[in-house]
Design a protein around this ligand. Structure first.
Ligand code: NAD
Length: 504
């Protein structure tokens, strides 16, 4: 553990702010590992005055950064990706130590960071604007994309480094500096990543405040980001209530936001589907990251004719789940992030029972090595009970039966969140219906693969209370730039649009 911390420049006590130099004189928090409760290191939060200094230097860095040609900015992102490749093993282990996901998932998360850097390097030469035919003689109509300004990136604990990288790699090539406020449940990985970015920016001779950091409580530092007009875009990842608060504050000042909020992923298992594919996809989707992914599978909607056989095979898998130290390769499930998360799971189990659900396995505290371990739970429910409507951020899987595909789609869509969904079927008509305008209402709709494990090449995000934001691949970059439309007249006379005449 000490070797990993040292390799990433984590000291015993670390300032939690970076404004081109490291600062922090607020409250000190000791970070403990959910694996066994052992102390990792301490972080000193920034005060509101220090936050102001961080934002001022980040905002100041925009003046020069926006003038750097985009392909040159891409070279910086290429070097960032290379530096992440060099630090992949250490960073993955720190993710595991700090928030408890298995090491193989930690490695996958850092790979995602590398992948988005590669994507952004290509993008740096493809920030295309359109040219449109003008309705006026000898006029040209065009649009260009310009850098937007400071991007405030507020992240959740469960993807402590990937979400920063999705935003940062894209924002950097778009010409925007970044101010990161990570979750206080995973501040050490944020310090490690900022140090990596600092090195890269310094190597190129750019202002390192382009990648700034401010660690502190959401209710004070977060609200300073939400309300300050120097932050052009707030990219917020977190719970639905948090997003409602952030979105309202940012909207009040007509700032931009990308909201990436809670999910309630469901998989429809049709009798036309491959049951082995269904089992593997659902099992990983439900127990991966100990059920703490926004795209985790929380509901299985299974055709009545298959219900009992499917459930029995799933129960067999659940009962064999290797749970324990997530650094050990054999374990498929590590701890929850903290003791409060364990209490939330236990409370949800009681509520499920009270509302008529039947607990078929798991949902118990597992006293292992002083860590925050639980057993993964399956509950049989008749439909979307009130507790099923909630995103309990823990490994509880609700299984419900359906008759017709239309009923299954109604169950799938019958929650307030709209992030990720899937159908397991080999019937093309069923798959097409699920993907059609009367099918899944989610931002992600998969066929024969589960709800979690999205690739960076697509735009990531969801509808309804998931917030409507998109980040990562496809054309999500457009949210990080301002669009400018221009009419250019080379006719030598004045001609008004819509045929309006001007007699002088
Ligand atoms: P959370 O809502 O508790 O915290 C998220 C972030 O918001 C943290 O950095 C927190 O400090 C900050 N915050 C708190 N108050 C704030 C305020 N007033 N202003 C600004 N920021 C504030 O979420 P969490 O427990 O860290 O993460 C779990 C949640 O995140 C789940 O709901 C999960 O579905 C969601 N999530 C969504 C996505 C997605 O892409 N849709 C990805 C990962 C996680």
């Amino acid at each position: 553990m000490q070797a990993v911390l040292k390799a990433l420049g984590i000291e015993e006590v670390n300032p939690g702010g970076f404004a081109g130099q490291w600062i922090g004189s607020g409250k000190t928090q000791l970070v403990r590992s959910p694996i066994d409760g052992s102390p990792l290191a301490s972080v000193v939060n920034v005060t509101p005055a220090e936050f102001d200094a961080v934002l001022a230097s980040c905002h100041g860095a925009f003046a020069a950064w926006k003038q750097v040609p985009a392909p040159k900015r891409g070279e910086v992102v290429k070097a960032l990706g290379d530096e992440l490749r060099r630090n992949k093993a250490a960073l993955a282990e720190l993710v595991t130590l700090e928030m408890g996901k298995t090491l193989r998932e930690g490695l996958g998360e850092v790979q995602e960071m590398i992948d988005i850097c590669d994507f952004a390097v290509g993008l740096s030469r493809q920030l295309y604007g359109l040219t449109m035919p003008s309705e006026r003689r000898q006029h040209r109509l065009q649009e260009q994309w310009h850098p937007l300004g400071v991007v405030g990136v507020i992240t959740a604990f469960n993807f402590p480094v990937a979400v920063w990288s999705w935003n940062t790699a894209i924002a950097l090539v778009c010409g925007d500096p970044i101010l990161w406020k990570p979750s206080s449940k995973a501040p050490l990985t944020a310090i490690a990543c900022t140090k990596i970015a600092e090195k890269v920016l310094r190597d190129f001779g750019f202002d390192p405040a382009i990648c700034s950091l401010a660690i502190g409580r959401g209710s004070d530092i977060g609200d300073l980001i939400n309300t300050d007009p120097r932050v052009a875009l707030v990219s917020y990842t977190g719970s639905v209530p948090g997003g409602r608060h952030v979105g309202t504050l940012v909207q009040q000042r007509f700032g931009r936001h990308i909201l990436e909020l809670g999910g309630n992923g469901a998989v429809i298992v049709s009798e036309q589907g491959d049951i082995d594919i269904a089992l593997r996809s659902i099992y990983f989707g439900a127990i991966g990251t100990a059920g703490q992914r926004c795209t985790s599978t929380r509901r299985v909607i299974v055709q009545k004719s298959l219900h009992d056989e499917f459930l029995q095979r799933l129960l067999d898998l659940y009962e064999r789940t290797p749970i324990g130290d997530p650094r050990q390769a054999g374990n498929l499930m590590g701890p929850l992030v903290d003791p409060a998360a364990v209490d939330t799971l236990l409370a949800a189990i009681e509520t499920t029972k009270a509302q008529g659900g039947r607990i078929l396995c798991g949902g118990e505290r597992l006293p292992l090595a002083g860590g925050c371990y639980v057993t993964p739970c399956i509950a049989a429910v008749p439909g979307n009970l009130p507790i099923v409507q909630e995103e309990t951020f823990a490994p509880i899987l609700y299984v419900m039966p359906y008759g017709t595909l239309e009923e299954a789609i109604a169950l799938q869509n019958g929650v307030t969140q709209g992030l990720s969904s899937a159908i397991i079927t080999n019937d093309q008509r069923e798959a097409e219906l699920f993907l059609s305008a009367i099918g899944s209402d989610c931002g992600i709709a998969n066929v024969n693969t589960g709800t979690s494990g999205a690739e960076i090449g697509g735009a990531f995000g969801g509808e309804k209370e998931t917030g409507g934001g998109r980040e990562s691949g496809s054309d999500a970059w457009k949210a990080y730039m301002r669009r400018q439309t221009s009419a250019i007249n080379y006719s030598g006379s004045v001609e008004l649009a819509q045929g309006i005449t001007l007699e002088l």
